[in-house]
Design a protein. Structure first.
Length: 281
C-alpha cells in the first residue's frame, strides 16, 4: 500500500532519512517526540513537501505517477483542517461530493450527527476536538483504501478518542485497507497498531510488530556491578539511574532465564521512547 525507500530531505539544522512500509490489511504506527520528523514524513508522502532523494510508492505506483482518481483512494488527517473554516458542514458537503466520486453523503451526515457536529455553524466556531472529528469523517467516508493520519486523536478527551478508534477499527473491517497513523498518545497505538516505527531526529531507529514489542521488550533494573557482569547481547540502550542502571532489552526471556537476580519490568511504549531517545547505545 505504501513504501518509502531511503527518502531524504534536508533542512538547515534537520535531516530526514526515512524508510517505511505499510502493508494491506494492517495498521502501522509512527511514534517519536515532537520535532522528530513525523509530520515532515507525512507531508512528503502526500506530495505537500518535495524530497531530495529516495523513492515513494503509493497504491502500487510511483507517487509521482498517481492520477487524481488514484488520490481519491487515500484519506488524510493532518494538523491543518484543509478547508475554509468559514464554511459550515452543510456547505462542505457539495465540496466533498465534487472531490470524491465515492463520497457517501448519507454515512457522513449520520456520523456527524452521532458526534454532535452542528451542520449549520461555521467551522471556526468548533472546538479543537470537533474540528478533529470532522477531519476524520471526511477521510473515511469516500471509500479510501489507505488512511494517512497525523495525530488524529490530538485534542480529544478519552471518550472521544475511543470513539474515533472504534471508527478506525470499523474502517479496517473491510478487506484490502490499511492505515498509517502517528500519535503521541502511546496507549492508542498499543491497542490499535499491528506494527510500530520509531523516528528520532529524522531517522528511523526501531521497527517492530506491536505484539512482539510489548511481549519481548522489557526494562531491566540492576546495580552497576550487575551491569558490568551482564551479557549485553540483547541490550539496546542503557541509562544511569539514582539506584544503578536501567537497560532496555529486546529479549526479556533471555534475561529472566540467565540473569534471574535482575528485575525485569514490562515496559510501555512511552518508556520505550524514553530509553531509545535518552539512553546510550
Amino acid at each position: 500500500m505504501l513504501r518509502l525507500n531511503a527518502v531524504k530531505k534536508h533542512y538547515p539544522g534537520f535531516d530526514l532519512d526515512c524508510s517505511i512500509q505499510v502493508h494491506k490489511n494492517q495498521v502501522t504506527g509512527l511514534i517519536g517526540k515532537n520535532g522528530a520528523g513525523k509530520s515532515t514524513a507525512f507531508k512528503i508522502i502526500l506530495g505537500l513537501t518535495q524530497y531530495d532523494s529516495g523513492s515513494i510508492e503509493l497504491l502500487g505506483k510511483p507517487a509521482g505517477k498517481l492520477l487524481p482518481k488514484d488520490r481519491e483512494r487515500i484519506g488524510t488527517v493532518l494538523a491543518e483542517t484543509g478547508f475554509s473554516e468559514y464554511l459550515t458542514i452543510q456547505d462542505l458537503i457539495p465540496v466533498l461530493r465534487s472531490m470524491y466520486a465515492k463520497f457517501d453523503c448519507s454515512s457522513f451526515q449520520k456520523k456527524c450527527r452521532a458526534f454532535d457536529l452542528p451542520m449549520n455553524k461555521q467551522i471556526h466556531t468548533f472546538s479543537t476536538g470537533m474540528k478533529r472529528k470532522l477531519q476524520v469523517l471526511t477521510a473515511i467516508t469516500h471509500e479510501a483504501e489507505l488512511l494517512i493520519l497525523d495525530e488524529p486523536t490530538s485534542g480529544l478527551d478519552v471518550i472521544a478518542r475511543d470513539e474515533l478508534l472504534d471508527l478506525f477499527r470499523e474502517y479496517m473491517e473491510q478487506d484490502g485497507r490499511a492505515i498509517l497513523i502517528s500519535s503521541h498518545i502511546s496507549a492508542d497505538l498499543e491497542k490499535f497498531c499491528d506494527d510500530i516505527y520509531m523516528i528520532h531526529d529524522g531517522s528511523m531507529i526501531l521497527h517492530e510488530e506491536t505484539d512482539l514489542l510489548l511481549d519481548r521488550y522489557a526494562l531491566l533494573k540492576m546495580s552497576e556491578s550487575q551491569y558490568e557482569a551482564l551479557d549485553k547481547s540483547y541490550i539496546l540502550r542503557h541509562k544511569k539511574e539514582p539506584y544503578g542502571i536501567s537497560c532496555l532489552t529486546s529479549n526479556k526471556q533471555f534475561y529472566l532465564k540467565n540473569h534471574p537476580q535482575i528485575a525485569a519490568e514490562k515496559g510501555s511504549i512511552d518508556e520505550l521512547i524514553m530509553m531509545m531517545v535518552r539512553g546510550e547505545a
